[in-house]
Design a protein around this ligand. Sequence first.
Ligand SMILES: [Zn+2]
Length: 266
Amino acid sequence: MIESAKYIDVHAHVNFEEYDPDREEVLSRAKEAGVLMINVGTTLEASKQIVSLSEKYDGVYGIVGLHPTEVTPMNRFNTHDFEPLVAHQKTVAVGECGIDVYRLDPAENKEEYLRIQEEDFRAQIALAVKYDKPIMIHARESYGKILEILKDCFSVYGTKLRGNAHFFAGSIEEAQAFLDLGFTISFTGVITFAKQYEELVRFVPLNRMLSETDCPFVAPVPFRGRRNEPLYVTEVVKKIAEIKGLEFETVRIALLNNAISAFKLQ
Ligand SMILES: [Zn+2]
């Protein structure tokens, strides 16, 4: 359906149990509106589910990886387990990977958790580069650390290291640092109700921006507070056009094409 696509949600979790009662309908609503979607893995199990969803549905792609908040001494990123999922033809990136300081359990050994999160982030970067796929970055109170790791990896891999900073909530300077590394930046429905994102949305060039929902979380206005779904990415596109003062069609086409080229969708 890529030829007839109109929108894309580059970060969805339609594999989550929130969609168990009506997943088929959620997927067909998106398809009818021409919304492509990329479901993003958080665990090995979730990544397997995502690959099956991609295999089953047209216009549905997958990203596989281990979310930083899932990394524990007992649950580490295992390249051997993930490699066949990464190699899959409809897997378009590795992630979501990164560092999450915000959700670290105060009862845990913080230094140790940060150390293993970093190790697993680097392992996921290495696997993405090996398969010439980008990474989908999750960051929470960790942009400085992530940029430091990316710059270090960039010195080894060069432009083979590509990716997107998902649900971007950093500063203008941090956004610039991601752009300098060749990364794209994506925004969710949070921009429809949180004013503090306006400056960022104006700052990030349209040709370096991607649209996402992060569903089932952060439904945009007018669906705020309800379960989110990929169809609602249309509201994110509308808001980006409004903030940037551009024609809706210009923004819609740019966001679709940016994702098609960033993830080499076919
Ligand atoms: Zn996510």
